[in-house]
Design a protein around this ligand. Structure first.
Ligand code: CTP
Length: 399
């Protein structure tokens, strides 16, 4: 069984590490925790200890701890050290090799890989000192997961929000290369489309949509963490390529279809991209404002990638579509399932209030020929995980 030494720093995001421990234990990993003095202000040693079924290490100079396990040993016996939340203070200590408490000492004493999940106020994150520490740590070989953009506990908006527990657990799984981590998609190939497509009108203008790519990228990452060989075909997005995934960057629907076809054969294909329904014949030169008024754009329908692959001679065993709807969601999703010939539609309401496009959370409904399953509102990474688990179960054990 692989062992993770989790160092819980003092930030409001510390509460999320309880969920992280639960996920890691579920994935058959042993978790031992160091709780910093500041971390203790946010989560109690008792809740951490009950989740890890182990004692929690807090104080560098506790004699009993030294007798049971020295701080050096504590980091040596782990396969991976994880710092979450990695506060500005912890990152500064790590970058400078400080060793004045148990957490920083364990981090300095280790020769094992380190993964940090930063979490802090946006201004602290963007501060030159933090960014300097970050590049030093990267150069030292420390890996990072997150932070993401979002509303923070302090009310500000921007980068600095700690990655979700499932995302951190995925990063841990891919770093451990896990023999013990469950890999229900080992030996399987998965294609995922994500993001918007961008259809040029002329060299400077285009037709597109508000897709962020977060849901599709999370699915690709979750499939890779589940052991699949993943090709992600992505339109232009502002989020990074997921680790452990072969990402192909495209712009238009026509390019996306070609990239998906070239990536066949595959066991599963998940079409989460928001493909622009129409394109125009692009002008070679920038269209000028003329006396004759606004130019008329002759819209040409784009190929339907999901429908083409569903009917492809080399159709993947499982073809999954998404349906972003603003009204009559389930009726439309059912029609899409039939019209496009896929096996499942993941339907979501992108109507005004929902804030799904670009947001972190999603409320989806799985529509198959057997019926509808409603899922609660979840983080997109959690939706990705559950979906991947479901697809692995549908596919069954590798032949
Ligand atoms: N899709 C696709 N290629 C297209 C259009 C859509 O592969 N040219 C896929 C999307 O990736 C998604 C599903 O089809 O998995 C449904 O997308 P959606 O935009 O909801 O459906 P549309 O076909 O555009 O239907 P409508 O505009 O009527 O809602």
């Amino acid at each position: 069984m692989k062992r993770v030494l989790l160092i819980i720093g003092g930030g409001i995001a510390a509460y999320k590490t309880l969920e992280l421990i639960r996920i890691l234990r579920k994935r058959d990993l042993e978790v031992r925790c160091i709780l910093t003095r500041a971390g203790k202000e946010f989560v109690t040693p008792l809740s951490v200890a009950s989740l890890t079924s182990d004692k929690v290490y807090e104080d560098l100079f506790s004699l009993t701890d030294e007798a049971e396990m020295g701080h050096i040993e504590l980091s040596r016996e782990a396969d991976l050290l994880v710092v979450a939340p990695a506060t500005a203070d912890l990152l500064a200590k790590m970058a400078n090799g400080a060793a004045n408490d148990l957490a920083s000492t364990a981090l300095l004493a280790t020769d094992k890989p380190i993964l940090a999940a930063p979490a802090m106020n946006v201004r602290m994150w963007l501060h030159a000192a933090t960014q300097r520490n970050l590049s030093r740590l990267k150069a030292d070989g420390v890996s990072f997961v997150g932070p993401g953009d979002g509303e923070m506990a302090c009310g500000e908006y921007g980068p600095g929000r700690m990655a979700e527990p499932t995302e951190i657990a995925d990063a841990i799984a891919s770093m451990l290369g896990g023999t013990t981590v469950q890999k229900p998609l080992a030996g399987r190939r998965v294609i995922v489309t994500s993001g918007p497509t961008v259809e040029p009108i002329d060299p400077v203008r285009f037709l597109s949509n508000r897709s962020s790519g977060k849901q599709g990228h999370a699915i690709a990452a979750a499939a890779a963490a589940a052991g699949a060989d993943v090709v992600l075909v992505s339109g232009p997005v502002s989020i990074p390529d997921p680790a452990g995934v072969r990402t192909l960057h495209v712009e238009t629907a026509v390019q996306m279809l070609a990239a998906v076809e070239a990536a066949l054969p595959s066991d599963i294909a998940v079409f989460s991209a928001a493909v622009a329904d129409w394109r125009v014949e692009p002008a070679w030169q920038k269209i000028k404002k003329g006396k004759s008024g606004a130019p008329a754009l002759a819209l040409i329908e784009n190929p339907d990638i999901l429908a083409s692959i569903s009917r492809h001679p080399r159709r993947p065993r499982l073809v999954i579509g998404f349906a972003a709807e603003t009204e009559e969601m389930l009726a439309h999703a059912r029609q899409k399932l039939e019209r496009k010939g896929c096996d499942m539609i993941v339907a979501n309401d992108v109507g005004g209030e929902a804030g799904v496009m670009g947001g972190e959370r999603n409320t989806v409904h799985l529509v198959t020929r057997d019926g509808v399953e409603d899922w609660p509102t979840l983080d997109k990474t959690e939706v990705a995980h559950r979906l991947v688990e479901r697809l692995a179960a549908l596919l069954g054990a590798p032949a």
